[in-house]
Design a protein around this ligand. Structure first.
Ligand code: SF4
Length: 286
């Protein structure tokens, strides 16, 4: 599918969180609307494709709107949003991003996320979570390193399985190996890094997979499309090609029982470092 790239300006860039994100942070931030990884493996079951406010009737993966004034609007509104968060006795915490990837390939050309990180160095939030499927995060190591000195910063790298391919589905945004290597580089630099196995896909060798994560990251978060995709019983995901592909690899993987089994294995290998669901995303580990 071809992708239409457009440039746009926005009036708001910090969205006050609701629903699943409420426990995790006070604000979400999307440098782009749409996601160029919509045509990759994670895009097949991506929950955002069900949000008509984002898609406006367009196919997921067919558009990317570049928010060219994101950093300027951040600087104009961050103080107001910080006061709002502090009035509720909460840290001014930003989740970047929940409806796009901050390091889509086009970030190299437009540098919107990079400009936002620079803006955060001018007016720092209390906490920042950078969530990505991409090795492109390595292009902003300098900004991340400097931000880490002044705020509570955490990087989440999505690695949903040890399979690089599920039959019939497109390849991932980056290989499992490259994402694990990205985690290692960040960890080596002293940046707290968590692997998000969310949504949990079939895992061929769970022990080896979590041993690799244990070496590469500080923690892991596990979530399943049942309970995690914003619909009753994971009905949204059941309607996508992801469900069938998961079932064909391992029929048990489309049940919530599978999540329990995988959490148990992860906790044996990474005791005290395993989070589950939204509380895991919020930083709670067991
Ligand atoms: S990177 Fe994230 S937002 Fe983009 S398609 Fe994948 S899951 Fe969806």
């Amino acid at each position: 599918m071809s992708i239409t790239i457009s440039q746009t300006t926005v009036k708001q860039i910090l969205t006050r969180c609701s629903g699943y994100l409420t426990e995790i942070s006070t604000h979400s931030l999307q440098p782009y609307r749409g996601c160029s990884f919509g045509n990759s493996l994670c895009g097949v079951g991506c929950y955002v494709q069900h949000n008509p406010f984002v898609t406006r009737g367009r196919d997921w993966g067919s558009f990317l709107e570049v928010r060219t004034n994101a950093a300027e609007i951040y600087l104009k509104t961050a103080q107001r949003e910080q006061s709002w968060a502090h009035r509720s006795q909460r840290a001014f915490s930003i989740f970047c991003s929940s409806s796009t990837d901050p390091f889509v390939p086009q970030e190299k050309r437009f540098g919107i996320t990079k400009s936002l990180l620079e803006a955060m160095l001018v007016f720092p939030p209390d906490q920042l979570i950078l969530q990505t499927h991409s090795t492109g995060i390595l292009n902003v190591l300098e900004q991340i390193k400097r931000l880490k000195q002044v705020i509570d910063l955490r990087v989440h790298v999505s690695i949903e399985s040890d399979y690089d391919r599920l039959q019939g589905l497109p390849p991932p945004a980056a290989s499992v190996f490259n994402r694990l290597e990205t985690c290692k580089i960040l960890k080596h630099m002293g940046i707290p890094v968590t692997v998000t196995v969310a949504p949990l896909l079939p895992i061929e060798h769970p022990q080896q997979f979590f041993m690799a994560i244990e070496t590469a990251a500080d923690g892991v978060i596990i979530d399943h499309f049942i309970g995690g995709d914003g619909s009753r019983n994971g009905n949204r995901t059941r309607k996508t090609a992801l469900y069938k592909a998961m079932w064909e690899v391992n029929p048990n993987s489309v049940t919530i029982e599978y999540r329990k089994q995988i959490i148990e294995i992860a906790r044996q290998i990474m005791p005290g470092r395993v989070g589950v669901g939204s509380s895991g995303f919020a930083g709670h580990r067991q």
